[in-house]
Design a protein around this ligand. Structure first.
Ligand SMILES: [Cu+2]
Length: 665
């Protein structure tokens, strides 16, 4: 830690605010700046992505998730970080936009799905912890993360506008508009965003190779011929570039095009409460190089590489009211994708693989009585993958396999304020593109395309939520055993091999707890704590890529016009690690030290819907890095000419920002 500070004195000062508690006048106001998000229903976290977060997220989905306890983000540069929940990254998180899976194109994982997600243009973010739903294609074994638009319903001709502007340290600026209009028969909307930043500086004042720009446009038109029917067409295009501090190349193109069709009908009959059909096409055209944003270093490597990923998806589902107390959600879904790449930077694309999956699911909710609900579901997927590489030892081979997943959970109202839950889930995961193709060449040149087994997670989830006007408490705990956990081994494989998929058996266990306490009408205290412990049972070592113990304490003052907030984020050292092992996005580099970061914010409500916010993140300009990281002094690519090389990519130093948001309804 660069700056000395008496943290315990600060904690005591924060806690002593409690002494001035005046419960009778107190009530909760919606948060103006979110620093930590609490679970308010069993396993489910819902939050409004238009409400600013602190610390200031990059203009992508991963950074945004970081304010939810249990999430951490592997930093690669200024943007495009890799989300990790309870130590689980990559495809263990099912990340969806408008009910479609988003899949990146980069074989080196420059573009996690969240790289294409601009949270503020969505209306709702939902996180479902654990393998406790089967409704979404490519079921997430660790969590399901959904960014959704919620098109308005119009009774008469109307329109609305939302816009925001942001400026911050290191030349950061964001612009965003959203306009919606419609009447009883039709509606339309346009959502667009732009975000740009220069290289940021860490707490030591050293520039980090991290500048980026992203823009995104989206439009949708919908027909609502009657109050039960909605037909919608939508299109999105986004692109950008980003410098990376943790590797030999930068992303110079991230072109995404997305077209989707949706049909929705409600109240079809007494049995069929609703029917939904959707189909979508998604393409990613990605180019990375070592010449545009830096001085070329590696003459042995191609100057650039181009990778494309095309995905089509379709889903038909229905809500069936089987009885007053029994609801079924049933459906079938399809997804097919083709990945292609050029060779030696010649910009001529050839397919390297195809993936296909057909799935069917049923999820039942049975209300036993006023205080107990049983929820359970089953999903089956038939997978096909083809290795279309020409040089692979498994060239031309296909692989067909089924995955079976299911869960059961009981939710019990223990009293008027408390809901408890306990569930068991089994999730099978077919290896993804990165595990089967880009990380499947062993040092000896053999391919792990056939050898990599599907991963099977068995997990128990328990927890409780307690809510009164003044106090909200939530606790969630889990234990899992993962057979054939796909661990990527980056050890001793030579210069040009990035990592190899291996199967091990693993177990993880952990918790997230949180408390929000309204001290009196103006003052509020919030806190959270999260931890995951995991073991690699095969190699008898710590499971790689597990974030250390993390706690947050925040205090807020809100007089309905002005609001002030302060946040302290405390992260412990991590001394459990397995050097050189990890997932498709990164590997353990060794132990990490703990840190404490202070941030503060102020907000002013100009009108009911217009606000100005300002904040300072990392107030004391500490130099620190998260445990989960990718850069290694052992590997190539972590040294960028003209920049100071650090073991891990350091987080930004003191950052000031100011934001205004304006809404007209
Ligand atoms: Cu790339």
């Amino acid at each position: 830690m660069k700056k000395e500070f008496n943290y315990s004195a600060m904690t005591i000062a924060l806690m002593s605010v409690c002494l001035y508690s005046n419960a009778e006048e107190a009530r909760s106001l919606p948060e103006v700046v979110v620093t930590s998000t609490l679970m308010e229903a069993p396993l489910v976290i819902e939050t409004d992505p238009k409400v600013p977060r602190q610390p200031l997220p990059a203009h992508d989905g991963a950074d945004f998730l970081k304010t939810i306890p249990g999430f951490s983000v592997m930093r690669k540069g200024g943007t495009d970080g890799e989300a990790n929940f309870r130590g689980m990254g990559g495809s263990r998180l099912n990340i969806m936009v408008d009910d479609q899976n988003v899949v990146g194109g980069c074989s080196m994982r420059m573009d996690a799905p969240t790289a294409y997600i601009f949270p503020e243009i969505y209306d709702k973010l939902t996180v479902i912890k654990g393998p406790q739903t089967v409704q979404y294609s490519n079921m997430g074994s660790a969590a399901t993360i959904k960014f959704d638009r919620e098109p308005k319903k119009y009774e008469k001709a109307d329109q609305s506008f939302y816009g925001s502007l942001l400026g911050g340290s290191f030349g950061r600026h964001d612009e965003l508009i959203q306009t919606e209009f419609g009447n009883k028969q039709y509606y339309g909307e346009v959502r667009a965003s732009n975000s740009q930043s220069n290289d940021y500086k860490d707490g030591d004042g050293n520039a980090v190779h991290s500048r980026y720009r992203r823009w995104n446009t989206h439009a949708a038109v919908g027909l609502t011929p009657d109050e039960n029917t909605r037909i919608e067409f939508s299109a999105s295009v986004s692109d950008g570039w980003a410098a990376y501090a943790d590797r030999a190349m930068d992303g110079v193109k991230f072109l995404r095009e997305n077209y989707a069709f949706k049909f929705e009908k409600k109240n079809v009959s007494t049995l069929v409460e609703s029917l939904k059909f959707q189909a979508s096409y998604n393409s990613i055209d990605h180019i990375m190089d070592q010449v545009t944003l830096r001085t070329r270093q590696y003459m042995m490597m191609p100057a650039s590489a181009r990778l494309d990923h095309f995905t089509t998806q379709a889903k038909l589902s229905g809500n069936l009211r089987l009885a007053d107390d029994l609801l079924a959600v049933v459906g079938v879904d399809y997804s097919g994708s083709t990945h292609s790449k050029d060779s030696n930077g010649n910009n001529v694309l050839t397919d390297d693989s195809t993936f296909q999956s057909i799935g069917a699911f049923a999820e039942l909710t049975k209300t036993l009585n006023a205080s107990q609900k049983l929820i359970g579901g089953l999903r089956m997927n038939a997978w096909d993958a083809k290795d279309k590489r020409t040089t692979s030892s498994t060239a031309g081979q296909t692989r067909s396999e089924n995955t079976y997943s299911g869960f059961v959970r009981s939710e019990n109202a223990l009293n008027d304020n408390t809901i408890g839950y306990a569930g068991y889930g089994h999730a099978e995961r077919f290896p993804d593109y990165w595990e089967l193709i880009s990380m499947s060449s062993t040092a000896m040149g053999a391919s792990a395309f056939q050898a990599t087994k599907k991963e099977k997670t068995d997990q128990v989830d328990v927890g409780a939520v307690y809510k009164t006007d003044l106090l909200k408490l939530s606790a969630s705990g889990f234990y899992n055993r993962i057979d054939n956990f796909i661990l990527i081994n980056y050890n001793g494989l030579g210069m040009m091999v990035t990592g190899v998929s291996t199967n091990i058996d693993a177990e993880t266990t952990g918790f997230e707890v949180g408390a929000d306490y309204q001290i009196n009408k103006q003052w509020k205290l919030n806190s959270s704590l999260s931890y995951t412990y995991g073991r690699d049972l095969t190699n008898r070592q710590a499971l790689a890529q597990l974030p250390p113990l993390e706690g947050r304490v925040g205090v807020k003052y809100d007089d309905e016009k002005w609001s002030y907030g302060a946040l302290m984020r405390l992260v412990a050292a991590q001394d459990r690690y397995s050097t050189g092992y990890g997932n498709i996005a990164g590997k353990d580099l060794g132990p990490s030290t703990g840190f404490a970061i202070f941030s503060a914010n102020v907000a002013y409500r100009m009108t009911k819907t217009s606000r100005i916010y300002a904040g300072v993140d990392n107030l004391f300009d500490a130099t620190y890095a998260e445990f989960i990281s990718r850069t290694g002094t052992d590997g190539m690519g972590s040294a960028v000419p003209g920049y100071v090389q650090t073991m891990r990519v350091n987080e930004p130093g003191r950052t000031f920002w100011i934001k205004a948001s304006l809404a007209f309804d």
